[in-house]
Design a protein around this ligand. Structure first.
Ligand code: CAA
Length: 379
């Protein structure tokens, strides 16, 4: 067992930390207030290689391992979880799926601009009446010979408006249930595609979350990813890796809250001494750091398994389940440590608390992670 990071991993971590502190931190409160997409910062993330981190350089990626990816996700999430979800969806759900299952033509046409950050992508599974129960999706893709005719609605889509490339899961043969689902690449601007309203969210307010409506959208057959009926399996495989990214996001949010709490408790005085010297704060910080470290090992284990090409579905579910719980629990306590100031936007921890909640919901709720873990145990 080796807990040491390589020189390359340390360099990625440092680059992500510098980027987060220098480029994301200055405007993060304003973007959260205004629900403003971090356009310039996303462009910079592309230039730094953060949008296609694990993709082969021949397809525009940075060619790094999953450990490097989670190190970068953690550093960016400490400061701006809106930026990190944009990054996570592009890396894990869109680029990874295209590189792993796409044709050479799809990789050249769609993956290269996505992995190099010239464009960003969105992964479209959820529907108004199909969230956790993903096999029940209603969006239809009727086979018309050389193309599919796409009709339906997707909702709560991260990067819904900012994306140029959408991976849409749609049902071609309802009798086959999940085995009738296809994954189709749809380009922004396609006739019949309408981007719906932007959701006004509790957290990750800098990211754009939209519904998408499809009305007789023609999708060429060559835009199907994988074999006929492979769409649901593709979605599940993408989500298994995606959950490592979201677990790293939760880890980053929790670590950010810890760093801010340590700093504040050394500065803030009460009853004649810094609050850091009161045992009540000692105990909170100690438990917070311990649980964050435990979450870190689960996240690293899942990433390591993926890098070793071993099965990581259950490990990623465990990492997401636990890291998101830790993030929620300890961001609430970070607000408590900050007292009244914790309730004020300027001190950042209230935003971390709001951002933490979504990590227990998207890419599979905590309850879905428990189903995945239990099924793995009982198999
Ligand atoms: N990898 C590969 N295949 C998988 C899989 C995995 N991780 N998990 C399930 N499958 C396969 C199963 O083997 C099965 O295939 P076969 O019939 O060929 O054996 C098929 O998928 C259906 O699986 P189940 O029978 O287990 O189906 P189910 O309906 O009982 O449960 C579920 C499926 C695990 C609950 C699944 O629906 C699920 O994960 N739901 C959550 C969906 C989700 O995470 N949504 C997130 C939205 S995307 C998002 O949030 C992105 C964003 O914007 C940030």
């Amino acid at each position: 067992m080796n807990f040491n990071l390589t020189e390359e991993q340390l360099a990625v971590q440092q680059a992500a930390r510098d980027f987060a502190q220098n480029e994301l931190l200055p405007g993060v409160i304003e973007r959260d207030n205004k629900q403003q997409f971090p356009t310039d910062q996303v462009r910079q993330m592309g230039e730094l290689g953060f949008l296609g981190m694990m993709i082969d350089p021949k397809y525009g990626g940075a060619g790094l391992d999953t450990i490097s990816y989670i190190l970068a996700m953690e550093e960016i999430s400490k400061v701006d979880a809106s930026a990190s979800v944009i990054m996570s969806v592009n890396n894990s759900l869109v680029c990874w799926g295209l590189e792993t299952f796409g044709t050479e033509e799809q990789k050249q046409k769609f993956l290269v601009p996505l992995a190099s950050g010239k464009k960003i992508g969105a992964f479209c599974l959820s529907e108004p009446e199909a969230g956790s129960d993903a096999t029940s999706l209603h969006t239809s893709a009727i086979d018309k010979g050389d193309h599919y005719l796409l009709n339906g609605t997707k909702n709560l889509i991260t990067n819904g408006n900012s994306a140029s490339t959408y991976i849409i899961m749609a049902q071609t043969d309802p009798e086959k249930r999940h085995k009738g689902i296809n994954a189709l690449i749809v380009e922004k601007g396609s006739e019949g595609l309408t981007v719906g309203k932007k959701e006004d969210k509790l957290g990750i307010r800098g990211s754009d979350t939209h519904s998408l409506m499809f009305s007789d959208v023609k999708v060429p057959k060559e835009n199907r990813v994988g074999e006929d009926g492979f769409g649901f399996t593709l979605a599940m495989k993408c989500l298994s890796g995606g959950r490592i990214g979201i677990a790293a996001q939760a880890l980053g949010i929790a670590s950010g809250a810890l760093e801010l709490s340590i700093k504040y408790s050394k500065e803030r005085k009460a009853f004649g001494k810094p609050i850091a010297e009161h045992q009540g704060i000692h105990f909170k910080l100690a438990e917070m750091a311990t649980e964050i470290e435990a979450a870190r090992y689960l996240v690293f284990k899942a990433a390591w398994l993926k890098d070793q090409k071993q099965d990581y579905g259950q490990a990623s579910a465990m990492a997401k389940l636990y890291a998101s719980k830790v993030a929620m629990k300890w961001t609430v306590e970070a607000v408590q440590i900050h007292g009244g100031y914790g309730y004020v936007k300027e001190y950042h921890v209230e935003r971390l608390m709001r951002d933490a909640k979504i990590t227990q919901i998207y890419e599979g709720t905590s309850e879905i992670q428990k189903i995945v873990i239990a099924r793995g145990l009982l198999k």
